[in-house]
Design a protein around this ligand. Structure first.
Ligand code: SF4
Length: 290
């Protein structure tokens, strides 16, 4: 497709604007609605759990930014800083530097103490993605360190792993006030950095913790009852077509540990989700005597 000069100039202007926001990836994603979840899914049919709180979130069309169909102008003009390095430690550092003292969304001025970037093994095979930092995480600068974090640690341990062996991050990196659900614009602004982290770490499996994480990663607006119990093929925008050594991750959805603290009856269902992941990764459950 050939663009006329006026349109091309407008597009370049838009690209510069998104660069200032820290957004480097522009891709086309077909609108997805609940029934498509079944089409994308592989594996067993979902279970029928109780609905998770915070389940409803308006649908979104993209994890990054609008695209222009049929033209690759953005891909040519928007290399990411971390593409300069192959070491994931250095690459994550570059993403963190790019994030800077971020003021890209309104969460920066709503009481955050610090940005909670992510923690863990930069070469992890397994990655957990939550919703956003809470009070403890905001205070310590590390995701999942409060009561929900202790439960996540137990879940990881039950899978036969240590917390240091996985990577943990959130959709938004600043604490929403009063632990409210992050809003659409906040998720859309922050999640490109998460996508870049995933593209650098190249995990085999990403586990979305809760409906907010699942819907932001998959861009599917569906209830937890449909999202859980199966694998999805997942490729973050930052890795699309740029890394022949990694064909993307499998993504599973389970309950957020904070939800499991409120409704412990669902722990058995969450364990089923984790067992599905363990089977795929060849993990054996931890011995009870530990
Ligand atoms: S939530 Fe993300 S985009 Fe918003 S200010 Fe914090 S780091 Fe920046």
């Amino acid at each position: 497709m050939t663009l006329d000069l006026k349109l091309r100039s407008a597009l370049l202007e838009r690209v510069r604007y998104y660069h200032e926001l820290g957004i480097y990836d522009f891709y086309r994603r077909e609108p997805q609605v609940s029934p498509l979840a079944a089409h994308l899914a592989v594996g067993p049919e979902p279970f029928t759990p109780q609905p998770e709180l915070r389940e409803e979130m308006p649908s979104r069309n993209s994890a990054a930014a609008p695209t222009v169909a049929g033209d690759n102008i953005f891909e040519v003009l928007t290399p990411k800083p971390e593409h300069r390095v192959t070491d994931p430690v250095a690459a994550l550092k570059l993403i963190r530097e790019d994030l800077g003292d971020c003021t890209r969304c309104k969460l920066h001025k709503q009481g955050r103490k610090q940005i909670v970037f992510g923690v863990g093994n930069p070469r992890a095979e397994l990655m957990f993605v939550g919703e956003g930092p809470g009070a403890d995480e905001d205070a310590q600068g590390e995701p999942f360190v409060g009561r929900a974090g202790q439960l996540l640690n137990n879940m990881i341990k039950a899978m036969g792993l240590a917390r240091e062996e996985v990577y943990i991050a959130n959709v938004v990196k600043c604490r929403p006030p009063g632990n409210r659900t992050p809003e659409r614009d906040e998720c859309d602004t922050c999640s490109p950095f998460l996508m870049r982290q995933i593209a650098v770490i190249k995990p085999k499996v990403v586990v979305a913790l809760g409906a907010v994480a699942a819907k932001n990663l998959l861009a599917i607006n569906a209830p937890m009852s449909e999202l859980r119990g199966r694998f999805y093929d997942f490729m973050p925008a930052g890795a699309r077509g740029s890394d022949p050594s990694w064909q993307g991750a499998r993504l599973a959805v389970t309950y957020h540990p904070a939800f499991l603290l409120r409704d412990p009856r669902q722990k058995g269902e969450a364990w089923k989700d984790l067992q599905m992941v363990m089977k795929y990764l060849g993990l054996k459950p931890a011995q009870k005597s530990e």
